[in-house]
Design a protein around this ligand. Structure first.
Ligand code: DQA
Length: 145
């Protein structure tokens, strides 16, 4: 089976996972999540290309790059930009690659400002609330698309 390229994009503050509010986001680091995805990706014939940035424009550029490199799907945890960024909404709409919105926490059980998701308005689907496992569930969904 041909390898599927899966982009995994992470937004602001996700470089702090493991140290950042572990009661909300768990104790695993982003590197731990990357290793889990690489291992599961090998089972699913998926190559993982994982990135993190605290800057909105980097995420826009990587969404475009995913399309230009023929990615099969994108997993996007945009962090707080989920709730504010029309640029990310437009970037998702500017590509044909399906984007799956991912969150460690369930934003709908948290502050009301997290109940709006601009990303979710253009995403194929959303997986939220399962901690690091949200990424694995999203990878399985992406591989099956
Ligand atoms: C998050 C949820 C967002 O509301 C928050 O701003 C984050 C992380 C999550 O993965 O649960 O940075 O995207």
């Amino acid at each position: 089976m041909a390898e599927k390229l899966i982009y995994v994009l992470n937004g602001p503050n996700l470089n702090r996972l493991g140290k950042r509010e572990p009661e909300v986001y768990g104790s695993q680091t982003l590197a731990d999540i990357g290793a889990m995805l690489a291992a599961r990706g090998a089972d699913l014939s998926c190559t993982i290309s994982m990135h993190q940035s605290n800057h909105e424009g980097d995420l826009v550029d990587w969404l475009h790059e995913a399309e230009d490199r023929g990615a099969h799907a994108v997993l996007l945890n945009a962090g707080a930009l989920t709730h504010t960024s029309i640029a990310l909404l437009d970037a998702i709409r500017s590509i044909k690659v399906p984007v799956i919105e991912v969150h460690l926490s369930n934003p709908h059980t948290r502050e009301s400002f997290r109940h709006v998701s601009w990303v979710g308005q253009a995403a194929k689907g959303t997986i939220a609330g399962f901690g690091a496992r949200s990424y694995l569930l999203a990878l399985e969904a992406a591989a099956a698309l």
